[in-house]
Design a protein around this ligand. Sequence first.
Ligand code: KIV
Ligand code: ZN
Length: 538
Amino acid sequence: MIEDKEPIYFTSEPKDAARKPYYNEIYTEGDWNDRERKRILIFDTTLRDGEQSPGASLNKNEKLRVAKQLAVLGVDVIEAGFPISSPGDFEAVKLVARSVKGPIICGLARAIKKDIDVAYDAVKDAEHKRIHIFLATSKIHMKYKLKKAEDEILRLAVSSVKYAKTLCEDIEFSPEDASRTDRYFLHNVVKSVIAAGATTVNIPDTVGNITPSEFARLIKGIKDKVSNIGNCVISVHCHNDLGLGVANSLVAAQNGAGQIECTINGLGERAGNASLEEIVMAIKTLTPDLTTNINTKELYKTSRLVSKLTGMQIQPNKAIVGANAFAHESGIHQDGMLKERTTYEIMRPEDVGVEGTRLVLGKHSGRHAFKARLKRLGFILKEDQMEKAFNRFKKLADKKKKIFDEDLEAIMDDDILKIPEELRLIHFQISSGDKIKPVATIEVKYKGRHYKKTSTGDGPVDACYKAIDKVIKIGGKLLDYQIRSVTSGKDALGEVSIKIASKGKTVSGRGASTDIIEASVKAYINAANKLVYKSPKQ
Ligand code: KIV
Ligand code: ZN
């Protein structure tokens, strides 16, 4: 522990009362805690607290990938790790500090000289660097975990900040378990560490044990009662044990906090930390007097990256980034959405980097959504055809949870439209092998005329498709090609399903045969007939 014989600061004013927070030099003039349309700093701790999620550990290159994406996202601070905790974490923080420009790179430390030295060593090469010191101040933690009394904790807090300040200008201090700390003692600690040089004081709700109204009172109390609070940024760090992390962070920002600590996808110890994407979108959507620097269009991408690298799946109904966050299934909702998007959407999916609203067709969907989807697929039906198609769809939806575009196309092709076979296969022949370029000859009948065409290709299927293209000039893009065995055994029937995009339309095709090349050709011809049917002028 740091030895410090100097007096404790808890009754004195800062030596240099005019000293402005470090951030003001970087971002703005004025007091962070009192600005109009105040910009809330986003402190991302995915790589530190988030990585403390059981099973979510990342290696140093993965941490670097996430940190680079966080910089693109526009976070103000990246807490890259807890350097003393392991050599791997030290290396990762160092790599991030050296490689990522823009945000402040922060390393966590206990109020211990060795921790502070190691944290500084890890971040010292960063363009902007910060040391974040934490020390518990609640009675429970002081008594059982640290076995120290209040005056010793206060002395340690002050001396550790003063020591860190000799290494680094930007110092954050966290009285751990602040929400369960005696308020009078908390105010003394906050005032003392600011006087000792802390530029940010973070108020953690370490165990997610406070209500929004009480947390608002706590932050307001610090702002009103700690006389030197204007010299630092008030930060908050809320855990989600009762699902209140985001709500608590938001009320804190509305009551004087200038920085919010959070994680992508809400990763973190136990039930996690307040989720960055939820906080940022809540600020953007609900609080006109607050703003952040986040490029919200990068949120979805960042969330996917973190999920992929940590292996932590995102629940489908997760706000902002879940697979269903912009999906609507009920008939009433889909009808509302088709009439006016804002009936059931308070944010635009594009604003968070999601491609678009999804109207999921299922058993709750109504006629309006069904008709709109068919129209998008290029099917315009007469009244009686629509009625028949809708009844077929409802029957299928009772058996199948989700109805995909391919299912609708199958209903259309098989039951409703009976697409005419303008293009018909007469014969095909291929020569292929590992040492020769595949060649295919195709004989087809197209609109009553007989054609025979030959082509080479990258493989026998490609050669066949190119030969057919010489007849009807599909010229499209093969989006998907799948082959599966319908029956078993060596002479199994193979079914090929393909999807082609051509001239602004997407169609699927299916073909079955014991010969997979023949199945592939049939699938292509099936798709081609649909394209011809949908674009009759061709
Ligand atoms: O939850 C907490 O109190 C922390 C501190 C280290 C800030 O993570
Ligand atoms: Zn935490």
